[in-house]
Design a binder for this molecule. Structure first.
Ligand code: NDP
Length: 497
C-alpha cells in the first residue's frame, strides 16, 4: 500500500508530494555499499517500501561485479585492515627480542593462508549485509541498476533478464573505482582491488601514488617481507595532510624499509622474463612482481542512466548534489563517493542517515562535514581531526598557537626501535578553541577518535589542560602540552615561540 511520510519542514521540498501514488517503491537505491545499505535500512525503518540493487559479489570490482557491502567491506577498509594486522606482526617479532623473547628458528609468512582467511571473512560480511537488508524488509535485487526515467529503475539481472520498478525516489550510491595511470603497459598494473587478493605474494612491489592507499599498501607488503618502491609526484606523500606529519610519515616509511621516490612518476611498464620492468620519468629502471596504481579513485557514474534523465555531473564526473544530497532532478538523490564530498565510509553513512531522516521521518537533516576525523593506516598510523596548521592560518581570524610534541614511545625505549611518536594541537590564540589535532604513532586512530568528540564539542585548550591524563600512555601527551611550539600570524609568519 502506498503511504505518506511526515513532510520535512525545509524550503524547496524535493518532489515529496507529487506523482502517482501507485509506485512499486517509495525508494529505490542503486548500490548496496555502506551508504546505500544505511540509507535503505533507515528509510525502511521509518516504514518506507524500499528496493535496492547491487552487482554480483566478487572480491575484484568491474563493470559487472561488485557485491553487497561495497568497497569498504569487500575491497577496502576491512580487508585492508586485516592485511595491516597481518603485516604488523613482523615489527612485533623484531620488538619482542629486547623484551626477553628468544625467537629461534624460522618465522615464515603464509600469504595464501592470510588471503584465504581474509576472503572468508569478507564473504561472511557480504552475507551479514544481505541479512541486514532482508531483516530490515528491504527488497534486494542482484544486478546492475539503470535509471530509465525519473521514477523508473531497470535492474539487469545476471541471467540476462531485466525487471523494471517504479519508485517515488531514486538514490544513487554507486561509489567509485580506481583510476589507472595512462602510461604504456598500464594493463600490467593492478589496483588495490587485486592487491588484496593476489594469488602469489609479490616479493618486489612498485607502487605509484602517495595517497591513503599507496602508503597503506606500502606498509602491508613491506611488513610481510617484500621489497617496496613507492613513487609519488610531490616531495612528501599524503597531499592535504599536515605538512609536518607528512614528513614524519615519509621518514617512518623509510625507517620501515620502504624505498620512497619523491617527485618521481612512472613512465612505462613492460613484461619481462622475471616480472615487470618499470621505467620512471628519471629513466631509472626497476623490476617488480607487482606494480600497483594507487593514484586516486573516480566516481562510478557510467551505465546507470544518469545522462538519460539529465543528472548533472561536476568537472571530475561526480554527481552534483546540494546540502540535502539532492541532484538537479527532483526525484533523484546521491550519497557517498559517487558525489566526491569526503570519500570515507562514515561520511557516506552520515549522508545516508540524513537523507532517510529528511525524506521519511520529517526531520530535515544536513550532513555536517566539520571535524570529520580520519586515519591513514600506514605503520605506525597517522590520524587527524579538524584543521591542519596551514588551513588554520588561512581560516582563523587572528594568530594560531601550535603545540607539538615528538617523543620516543615507552615501548621503543626497550625494543630499540627508532621511531618517534609525534602529536600536534592547533589552537586559536584569541578564543583558545582547539582547531585541529594530529598524531603519528601507535594507536593514533584509536586516540584521535576520542579527541574528535572534544573538537566536536568545541573544546578549548584550557579544557584539554584541565583533563587529567591516563598514565603511562602516549595519549596523555595530548593533555600535557603546556608551552606553544610557535605562534603563527594570519600571514603564516612565526611571530613568537
Ligand atoms: P588519494 O586521493 O588519497 O591519493 C591519490 C594519489 O595519487 C596522490 O598521491 C596523487 O598525487 C596521486 N596521483 C593522482 N594522479 C596521479 C598521476 N596522474 N600521476 C601520479 N600520481 C598521481 O587516493 P587513493 O587512491 O589513495 O584513495 C582514494 C580515496 O579512498 C581516498 O581519497 C580516501 O578518501 C579513501 N581511502 C580512505 C582510507 C582510510 O580512511 N584509511 C584508506 C584508503 C582509501 P598528488 O598528491 O600529487 O595529487
Amino acid at each position: 500500500m502506498p503511504r505518506t511520510f511526515p513532510q520535512p519542514q525545509q524550503e524547496d521540498l524535493h518532489d515529496n508530494g507529487e506523482g502517482p501514488a501507485d509506485y512499486d517503491y517509495d525508494l529505490f537505491v542503486i548500490g548496496a555499499g555502506s551508504g546505500g545499505v544505511r540509507a535503505s535500512r533507515t528509510a525502511a525503518g521509518f516504514g518506507a517500501r524500499v528496493g535496492i540493487c547491487e552487482l554480483p559479489y566478487s572480491p575484484i570490482s568491474s563493470e559487472s561485479t561488485g557485491g553487497i557491502g561495497g568497497t569498504c567491506v569487500l575491497r577496502g577498509c576491512v580487508p585492508k585492515k586485516i592485511l595491516v594486522y597481518g603485516s604488523a606482526f613482523s615489527g612485533e617479532f623484531q620488538d619482542a627480542r629486547e623484551f626477553g623473547w628468544n625467537i629461534n628458528g624460522d618465522i615464515t609468512f603464509d600469504w595464501k593462508r592470510l588471503i584465504a582467511n581474509k576472503t572468508n571473512e569478507i564473504t561472511r560480511l557480504n552475507g551479514v549485509y544481505r541479512k541486514l537488508l532482508t531483516g530490515s524488509k528491504v527488497d534486494m535485487y542482484e544486478g546492475g541498476g539503470k535509471i530509465v526515467d525519473p521514477h523508473t529503475v531497470e535492474v539487469q539481472e545476471t541471467d540476462g533478464k531485466s525487471k523494471r520498478f517504479t519508485t517515488k525516489r531514486i538514490l544513487v550510491a554507486t561509489g567509485g573505482r580506481a583510476v589507472l595511470l595512462n602510461i604504456p603497459g598500464k594493463e600490467l598494473a593492478i589496483t588495490s582491488d587485486e592487491g588484496l587478493s593476489l594469488e602469489e605474494f609479490p616479493k618486489r612491489v612498485v607502487i605509484a601514488g602517495g595517497g591513503y592507499i599507496a602508503v597503506e599498501f606500502a606498509g602491508i607488503y613491506s611488513g610481510m617481507g617484500a621489497k617496496v618502491d613507492l613513487f609519488y609526484r610531490k616531495p612528501y606523500p599524503l597531499t592535504g595532510f599536515d605538512e609536518e606529519m607528512r614528513a614524519v610519515v615519509a621518514s617512518n616509511l623509510e625507517g620501515r624499509g620502504i624505498h620512497c621516490h619523491p617527485e618521481t612518476n612512472l613512465k612505462k611498464l613492460e613484461k619481462v622474463a622475471g616480472g615487470i620492468k618499470v621505467t620512471t620519468d628519471k629513466d631509472e629502471v626497476f623490476e617488480a612482481d607487482a606494480v600497483m596504481f594507487a593514484t586516486g579513485r573516480k566516481p562510478s557514474t557510467k551505465n546507470i542512466g544518469l545522462e538519460s534523465v539529465g543528472v548533472e555531473l561536476d568537472q571530475v564526473g561526480a554527481i552534483k548534489v546540494d546540502e540535502y544530497s539532492r541532484t538537479n532532478v527532483p526525484s533523484i538523490w546521491a550519497i557517498g563517493d559517487v558525489t566526491n564530498r569526503i570519500n570515507l565510509t562514515p561520511v557516506a553513512l552520515m549522508e545516508g542517515t540524513c537523507f532517510a531522516k529528511t525524506e521519511f521521518a520529517g526531520t530535515p537533516m544536513k550532513p555536517n562535514y566539520e571535524n570529520v576525523a580520519s586515519a591513514v593506516f600506514c605503520q605506525p598510523p597517522l590520524s587527524v581531526v579538524g584543521l591542519t596548521e596551514d588551513q588554520a592560518v588561512k581560516e582563523a581570524k587572528g594568530d594560531i598557537l601550535v603545540f607539538s610534541s615528538s617523543f620516543n614511545p615507552m615501548k621503543n625505549t626497550i625494543s630499540g626501535r627508532k621511531e618517534k611518536t609525534v602529536m600536534k594541537l592547533i589552537v586559536d590564540a584569541d578564543t583558545d578553541k582547539v582547531l585541529g589535532a594530529a598524531m603519528v604513532g601507535p594507536d593514533a586512530a584509536e586516540i584521535i577518535q576520542g579527541v574528535a568528540i572534544a573538537l566536536k564539542c568545541g573544546a578549548t585548550k584550557a579544557q584539554f589542560d584541565a583533563t587529567v591524563g591516563i598514565h603511562p600512555t602516549a595519549a596523555e601527551e595530548l593533555v600535557t602540552m603546556r608551552t606553544p611550539t610557535r605562534r603563527v600570524n594570519p600571514k603564516g609568519e612565526v611571530v613568537k615561540a
